[in-house]
Design a protein around this ligand. Structure first.
Ligand SMILES: NC(=O)c1ccc[n+]([C@@H]2O[C@H](COP(=O)([O-])OP(=O)(O)OC[C@H]3O[C@@H](n4cnc5c(N)ncnc54)[C@H](OP(=O)(O)O)[C@@H]3O)[C@@H](O)[C@H]2O)c1
Length: 333
């Protein structure tokens, strides 16, 4: 049976990659909400119906959500108002059909980051199958506000929820949406540090970069979204608090990433030296609003692998991708 999907974030880095993964699957009828009318037209040419509008339009979003079997949200993991609009529409659908629609939402692994400032690593590791421990995370943890709204709706029974929770995502997106110029090709976290480094004309790192973060390639996280989606439809994966999928395939010490982009910046004449120096406290506040990039965030993607997810891109691949990502920031791509 064909399932209707209301998709958000189609023009984004992660969402575009995830959408490409299910493009052409005749068992889905996809409608994407996009802000840009030209990109909407290009999506139509690829067989995707579109609604031109903003997620800030509560009535528009609730109506679109009420008309879909599945809401697939890769747009904004922190916005409670947007989540309220989805849930409002999904509740209406449940009341009408008696069947709980599926919500596939995106969160971020910063939910488990610590308060370290780049001066040491941590032994604290969070596997996604340790649901009891994850349940104890404070409601103040980053992204948790929206995750808790999702769990509450699932527990009420009017949706079945699944959350994919990635860390540092890397790699440039290739494929039909990228070729058509529809999606953002590059990620957030490393470019964020690169932009700050360019601004201070010297590659930077928070503290000494001794902290550890996980990573995942963008196409491989897209594979995980598709697996979870199909498992949700077939009813073979758990939902709610047990349907919370971390996505990682290895970890990196932040200094190693900083060395890679600083070397490239130096070669491009954008860093005074080839070795990163510590951002000052003022720079940390100015560029990042806090020392988030100095935290430890250690997760394990157990549930995805149990589902058959097989990411192959390694930490070496991630580090090797940084010069290209850095050049993309410098050239404004
Ligand atoms: N990239 C990472 O490393 C990473 C890691 C973990 C979690 N995440 C989370 O994954 C989500 C997507 O991240 P991303 O890297 O793909 O970001 P992105 O490239 O900036 O994409 C964001 C997408 O959301 C759309 N969007 C945002 N606000 C909207 C609004 N008001 N109305 C309609 N569309 C709106 C954007 O549309 P426009 O094209 O019109 O701007 C774009 O399609 C975010 O919630 C992010 O926090 C990302």
């Amino acid at each position: 049976m064909v399932k209707s999907i209301f998709f958000t974030g189609a023009t984004g880095y992660v969402g575009g990659a995830a959408l490409q993964q299910i493009l052409g699957d005749k068992s889905f009828k996809i409608t994407a909400l996009v802000r840009n009318a030209d990109k909407a037209k290009k999506l139509n040419e690829l067989g995707i119906a579109t609604i031109v509008g903003s997620l800030a339009d509560e009535n528009l979003v609730a109506k679109a959500a009420s008309e879909a079997d599945i809401v697939f949200n890769v747009a904004d993991c922190d916005n409670e108002a947007i989540m309220s609009s989805f849930l409002k529409g999904m509740k209406q659908r449940f009341q009408k059909t008696g069947e709980a629609p599926i919500l596939l939402h995106t969160s971020g692994s910063a939910i488990v980051m610590d308060g370290e400032v780049g001066m040491k690593d941590s032994e604290e590791i969070w596997p996604d199958n340790d649901v009891a421990r994850l349940n104890k995370l404070p409601s103040t943890a980053l992204h948790r506000n929206v995750d808790l709204m999702v769990f509450a709706a699932d527990e009420e029974g009017y949706i079945k929820s699944y959350i994919v929770c990635p860390p540092t995502i890397w790699g440039s997106v290739t494929g039909p949406l990228a070729d058509a110029g529809i999606l953002h090709k590059h990620s957030i976290q490393i470019p964020y540090a690169v932009q700050a480094s360019i601004a201070r004309e010297q590659g930077g790192v928070v503290g000494e970069g001794k902290n550890i973060w996980p990573h995942v390639n963008v196409h491989e996280v897209a594979d995980l979204f598709a697996l979870v989606l199909r498992g949700a439809i077939s009813g073979t994966v758990r939902h709610g608090r047990e349907g919370y999928f971390f996505a990682e395939n290895g970890e990196y010490r932040v200094i190693d990433a900083a060395r890679a982009y600083t070397k490239t910046l130096y070669e491009l004449g954008k860093s005074a030296t080839a070795e990163p120096t510590s951002f000052t406290n003022e720079e940390i506040v100015k560029y990042f609003g806090g020392p988030f990039l100095g935290s430890n965030c250690r997760i394990r993607a157990v549930l995805g692998r149990q589902l058959g997810w097989k990411p192959v891109k390694t930490t070496e691949d991630f580090i090797a991708s940084i010069p290209e990502a850095t050049k993309a920031v410098v050239s404004g791509l």
